[in-house]
Design a binder for this molecule. Structure first.
Ligand SMILES: [Zn+2]
Ligand SMILES: [Zn+2]
Ligand SMILES: [Zn+2]
Ligand SMILES: [Zn+2]
Length: 105
């Protein structure tokens, strides 16, 4: 059926052209694309894309840096983003991280 050629299954909308559909994916809050992947992968939630970038590409989304290894990313997260290594939670400041660390002792 020609009418559904440019159909977005996730949002249940059909588009007239390929580019209209592409524009929709750019604008929509229901599509989060990983452009590092080929072909690009589409995630429904921002958190899913976040996690994918971290685990698959060793990528820090807030700094826009890609790391060689998961180890390098973890080191960056600990140093720059006050990450707790034990539960992989992020803290706003070094002091709230050290406060939190006392719960692991
Ligand atoms: Zn859509
Ligand atoms: Zn990816
Ligand atoms: Zn970072
Ligand atoms: Zn922790």
């Amino acid at each position: 059926m020609l009418l559904n050629r440019f159909y977005c299954t996730r949002c249940a909308i059909s588009f007239k052209t390929f580019f209209a559909r592409l524009q929709h994916i750019y604008d929509s809050p229901y599509h989060h694309i990983c452009y590092i992947c080929f072909p690009p992968q589409d995630f429904a939630k921002m958190v899913e894309l976040d996690e994918h970038l971290g685990t698959e590409h060793n990528y820090c989304i807030s700094c826009d840096i890609q790391f060689e290894t998961a180890q390098n990313l973890a080191q960056h997260d600990i140093g720059e983003h006050n990450m707790c290594v034990t539960c992989r939670q992020f803290f706003g400041s070094r002091s709230s991280l050290s406060n939190h660390m006392t719960t692991h002792i």
